[in-house]
Design a protein around this ligand. Structure first.
Ligand SMILES: Nc1ncnc2c1ncn2[C@@H]1O[C@H](COP(=O)(O)OP(=O)(O)OP(=O)(O)O)[C@@H](O)[C@H]1O
Length: 769
């Protein structure tokens, strides 16, 4: 129970007025413009100040002590004109439009002083002047403010279509290219609704917030990203700082990618608000994902979250012990499936199916009990007694399904909901099944399909290299040296990443791994390092293929070919986002060629459409030498590691069995010739070999790679004089004789490609026959 207790008021310390000319009025304490401040959460006041439920403060007040016959009295003097002048400019910029006032609820006129307890989020914003392209949507001022601060001056095409439809209460199926702002296309309508609904509740209220929106995402990283993307829209920003910065920056070219720290303004208290105390958010967003403390997530849920972004597995785990949450899911206002097709791939089918089942509109014969029963596989057991017993329906629910890849057939079926046997209590078995059992309340969901022809984003440059499987390392190394930048390299297996990582380290390339067998903390750390290092490499499985919005990925490399056309589209979508240019390279070995042809065919494309990457073969040979030495070192190191591991294992096993290792098993260090464990001598030899190879590699790495025809003695001579490149600063630091270029400049049309090498030809022939 929350008791409403008397507020503690604090006035600023007495100050002698410096502005003698300003008109001052004396007010009683109750007439002063008090503002509510939150209790300093960080200072731990939450727990310690029983009885003090609200703090208030007041600015610009002088306290004057006057001696009267009745004794000393206190007068509060307020300067009348100053504050108004000072804030006039700001107030003009954020004056509300008539429309906004209606949408966002009553807000003050620009000249009215801040109302007691007004929240910065609710201060009006002049979207007509500052964000004309967004004005038509009549968004909550808080959203306008953050859009402005992030320089999102225009809605993206999918946003322009989805926001009005969703705001009208329609269900939306949105398909648009990767990096086109789908998160905000569904996020803005949700936040707008919740913000306009939210009433500034007393800070003391400990009441649990019911979850109103559930966003399901296939991977933990994507869920965390969506949550932070939406949270960024709820940060209070100082619009005036933003305006100044905007003028200083170059003109907006249309779509500017949002990146942390690159926004126009820092999160800051809105104009006229105190800077230190932090109010609890009007609307809260949190992520519930696997691999992170379930207990902490449960605690967050106990307090309640308005918008929950979750991966199905963890959500289902938590829901099984949390009836309140299960009830919330039954009466959601918004359900979003972001990249639903990937959720199926991830093996979360059953959980997703169960969660979706709870969101079905309850009808007379399909009621699901709030208290759930589960079978051994964690599936909901429909209760017989529940039939028609409760009659509660959730007609309110709006469903949004977004992806960059949803087949036209599925879109059509979803719209028509032409699913012959929609037996809702039977588990779904395919994606189509699952999506078709979504209970759209809207008789005609809005299908917005803006996907580009063949799935290719207009700012993406694609290319391919045909090479033998064994040569992929060399080609990859060549590419990474030749085109420095942020490169995301996709592999199909975790083993492949484990094999490549030590090679990258030995070759002194800054590479980080990302796959499902890493601890979640390590995954996030590696992702962060990749994001924050301009020249870096992320070796990732397809957990990084969808949705991840990493600012400025220059290259996507398909080291191993994607297993479907959709994955190809999504992997490529990690670059060329938000109208930036990007580059992708497909590495195709002879045995992958047929699959590539089929894959492109299913996108309605020909192989010839993807040009070849041009390669300096002379340099490639030198690169192969480096790779070979690195591989030799790695295999020696691997051998030593394996032997040490076996030795330790044997020792531990022997100790557990209380056996003398030396005498009983002949595994002493000295008689290694006969034993599984190498002798000291063998180990020494291996170490010496490793040291020699490391020295050799060091020397190779220290020498520049010199292209054919370059004279290092006389830079003005040779068939490839490099003097001009030096003068213009265009010379390539790692590859002498080559110019610094973008990868996209070094592609050649496929028809013009060279004849395959003899040994490749042999292999191809074998495959093709
Ligand atoms: N109106 C806008 N103007 C400029 N940039 C925007 C706008 N809306 C979103 N962005 C930015 O575009 C980038 C891509 O957005 P988002 O991640 O939502 O794309 P997406 O369509 O979901 O991509 P994917 O299909 O790969 O998941 C983000 O950095 C986002 O901040």
């Amino acid at each position: 129970m929350v008791a409403q207790l008397s507020a503690k008021r604090k006035a600023k310390a007495p100050v002698q007025s410096a502005h003698k000319k300003a008109k001052t009025v004396h007010l009683s304490a109750n007439e002063l413009p008090w503002k509510t401040v939150s209790k300093a959460h960080e200072a731990g006041l939450d727990a310690g100040l029983e009885g003090i439920m609200e703090l208030e403060e007041v600015d610009g007040v002088d306290v004057v002590y006057e001696e009267t016959e009745a004794g000393r009295i206190v007068k509060f003097s307020v300067k009348e004109d100053e504050p108004k002048k000072k804030n006039a400019k700001k107030e003009k910029a954020i004056a509300p439009t008539q429309q906004e006032q209606t949408e966002a609820g009553p807000s003050r006129s620009s000249v009215e002083p801040a109302a007691v307890g007004e929240r910065p989020e609710e201060q009006a914003f002049d979207s007509k002047t500052l964000l004309p392209s967004w004005h038509q949507f009549s968004l909550h001022p808080q959203l306008n403010r953050t859009l402005y601060a992030q320089s999102f001056s225009n809605p993206t095409p999918i946003q322009a279509k989805a926001i009005p439809a969703a705001s009208k209460g329609k269900d939306v199926i949105g398909v648009a290219e990767t990096g086109s702002g789908k998160t905000l296309a569904y996020g803005i309508p949700i936040l707008h609704y919740l913000l306009t609904q939210a009433k500034a509740k007393p800070l003391v209220q400990k009441q649990r917030r019911p979850t109103r929106a559930l966003i399901l995402a296939p991977t933990r990283e994507l869920a965390l990203q969506v949550s932070s993307h939406l949270n960024a829209c709820l940060n209070v920003v100082d619009v005036n700082t933003a305006a100044v910065k905007q003028e200083e920056e170059e003109p907006d070219l249309g779509l500017k990618a949002r990146s942390k720290g690159k926004g126009k303004a820092k999160a800051a208290p809105a104009a006229g608000q105190p800077s230190s105390p932090k109010l609890p958010p009007l609307v809260s967003v949190a992520a519930i994902v696997g691999g992170m403390s379930a207990q902490k997530q449960r605690r967050i849920l106990e307090r309640g979250v308005d918008v929950l972004v979750a991966t199905p597995g963890r959500l289902w785990d938590i829901m099984q012990d949390d009836d309140a949450l299960a009830r919330d899911i039954k009466s959601l206002k918004f359900l979003v499936l972001d990249e639903a097709d990937r959720m199926i791939e991830n093996g979360h089918f059953a959980e997703l199916d169960n969660i979706i089942r709870l969101t079905l509109k309850q009808s007379g014969d399909e009621t699901i009990e709030p208290e759930l029963d589960f079978d051994d596989d964690g599936n909901v057991i429909p209760k017989e007694t529940a039939v028609g017993a409760h009659g509660e329906t959730n007609d309110e629910l709006q469903t949004f399904v977004f992806s960059a890849t949803l087949s036209k057939d599925l879109q059509r079926n979803l719209k028509k909901r032409s699913y012959p046997n929609r037996k809702k209590n039977k588990p779904a078995t395919t994606l189509d099944d699952l999506l078709l059992r979504l209970d759209f309340r809207d008789p005609e969901p809005e299908v917005i399909d803006l996907s580009p022809e063949g799935g290719v984003v207009s700012t993406l440059r694609e290319s391919r290299i045909d090479c033998l499987t064994n040569d992929k390392d060399a080609y990859l190394y060549y590419f990474l040296l030749r085109y420095p930048g942020r490169s995301l390299v996709f592999l199909s297996s975790i083993d492949g990443i484990r094999r490549l990582m030590p090679l990258m380290e030995l070759l002194q390339l800054p590479a980080y791994p990302l796959h499902s067998q890493l601890e979640q903390r390590q995954r996030l750390k590696n992702l962060d390092r990749f994001k924050s290092t301009q020249n870096s490499i992320l070796l990732a499985t397809d957990i990084a293929a969808r949705g991840l919005d990493i600012p400025a990925v220059d290259h996507v490399v398909h080291y191993q070919i994607p297993r479907s056309a959709d994955v190809y589209v999504h992997r490529n979508g990690r670059t060329a986002r938000a109208m930036r240019s990007g580059f992708s390279l497909l590495m195709v070995s002879p045995d992958e060629r047929r699959v590539v042809r089929a894959l492109l065919g299913s996108l309605g494309r020909q192989e010839e459409e993807i040009p070849d990457m041009s390669i300096e073969l002379y340099l490639l040979d030198k690169i192969k030498a480096r790779i070979q030495v690195a591989k030799d070192i790695d295999s020696l190191q691997h051998k030593v590691k394996k032997e040490n591991h076996e030795k330790n294992w044997l020792k531990e096993a022997a100790a557990a069995m209380e056996i003398e290792v030396d005498s009983d098993m002949g595994l002493s260090d000295d008689d290694g010739a006969a034993a599984a464990i190498p002798s000291k001598h063998q180990r020494k030899t291996t170490n010496a070999k490793t040291a020699v190879l490391k020295a050799e590699l060091k020397e190779l790495l220290a020498q520049p790679l010199i292209a054919r025809g370059v004279s290092t003695r006389y830079i003005t001579s040779g068939s490839r004089p490099i003097v001009d490149d030096y003068i213009s600063g265009e010379y390539h630091e790692n590859m002498l004789g080559l110019k610094k270029t973008q990868a996209g400049q070094d592609v050649v049309p496929r028809k013009a490609r060279k004849v395959v090498k003899k040994e490749e030809y042999e292999e191809w022939k074998g495959f093709e026959s």
